[in-house]
Structures are given as C-alpha cells and as structure tokens.
Design a protein around this ligand. Sequence first.
Ligand SMILES: [Mg+2]
Length: 272
Amino acid sequence: MTEIETGNSAENLPYALERIEEIFDKSGSRRPVLFLDYDGTLTPIVSDPDEAILSDKARNVVSKLSKQITVAVISGRDRKDIQSKINLDSLIYAGSHGFDISGPDGMEMQYEPGRKTLPALDEAEKRLNEKLQDVEGAWVERKKFAIAVHYRNVADKKVEVVKNAVLEELEVYRELKKGSGKKILELKPDIDWDKGKALNWLMEELKLDANEYIPIFIGDDITDEDALQAVKDKGIGIMVGSHDQKTAATYRLKNTEEAIEFLDRLQKRLLK
Ligand SMILES: [Mg+2]
C-alpha cells in the first residue's frame, strides 16, 4: 500500500456537497469518469457482508449516472458477488481489487499477471482442503483471487496445524504470498497491486485519456487511499466518513447517505 506522507485528516476537508461547482470547474472540458468503492461508500458497513444491500435510491441514481458517464465499481469482493449485489448491466465491475473486470456488452478482462496465478490458487485450495479436512472448525474459503483459511473455530492446540499447512503451500507456490486478517490466513497473488493501480490500469484499458476524462474516486477505507492518491493530481478524490490515518482525498462526505446525495446532484448537474 502507498505510504501517505502528506495529507489531511478527513475532518479538515471541505464538503463535496458544497463544492459541486468547484468540482465542475476543476473538470473543465473533461468528462467525469466515476470510480466507486462499494462497502462503506454505497452501502453502510454491516457485520455480515451478505447483508450489505444497495438501496433502491442508490441503485436508481447509479443507474442514471451510468447512462451519462462511465461508472466503475472497484471492490475487494469477488466480481460476481459485487455484480449480483448492484445488479445493473450498465456498469463496469472491478472485483478482487481490480484483478477481475466485466462491463456492459459482455466485456470481460483480467489483469494478466493476476490471471496467471489462478492454477496455483486452484491447486493450493485443493491441497489445503485435503490437509485440513480432519481439523475441526478449519474453513478454506476460496475467493476468485485469494484463499482465506479461517481458524476462528479451531481449537487452540490445532491452530498450529492450520498455520503450518498454509506456510507449506506458500513454500510450494512462490507466485502466492501471505495475507492475514482477524483469525484468517490468506494466500493471494504475489503481485504489487492495489486499487490505485487498478484505477490507472482501467483508465488505460478503456482508453480514457487524461486530457479528455477526469477520474472521480469515492471511497471510505484505508485500502481506498491508493486510489485517492492515484487521482490526487489528475482527478477528484472524495472520502466518505473517516479512518484513523491521513487521507489523500480532496473532499469529504459524512456518510453513505451523503455519498448517494452527492451522486444525485452530480447526475442532475451533468444534465445541464
Ligand atoms: Mg469500502
């Protein structure tokens, strides 16, 4: 992840809702391209990720916007998951932090270095399932571009077995690296990749030249900082809520409700 050396606390940023005209002035003759995070940006954070349901109001405004400008959602979720949650076929969906992309008219693309790690992920998944089948409580969760091994429900004396199994696979498959979360060990592609790189790659692949298009990114989390950094000089970065680190955003919105309100005003302003 990018180190944010300079930046502000989100609390000190001006409100995007009050600066719509300023944002349009900055855009000049360039057409906005909208990049959106999902969880915490379009939907409030909930404890069960399956319950992060998009409101009708939000779906409606995003749908309208996607008929006026290019709208892409970049999420850490699997692409099919995010696609079924939003359920609009006029958007670009960049799942797995942008490794896996689909768009209108059946457009599909995968970041090549990421795609090359799929056989290793398939094999490691199979081997982990075999190795851990007798460890009670262990759960090997396959995501498209990662394997999450959960050990929250594993007895303390067996946790070491789980950890060793993961480390063994990482030894075998050098194209994978270790990630971790709360009572989770993760195997993921050993590629220098983040939402900022995904945003830049998408702009390039979609031939959205920086002279003609201005990227607007809206996100809420620390993993969104890479994308906020990527648009800092060439576009508009907007932070929803705040996190405990400095942000590269230029504007802020209080919560997801304000984010939807902002999209609504942007949509109406684009009609002018
Ligand atoms: Mg988020």
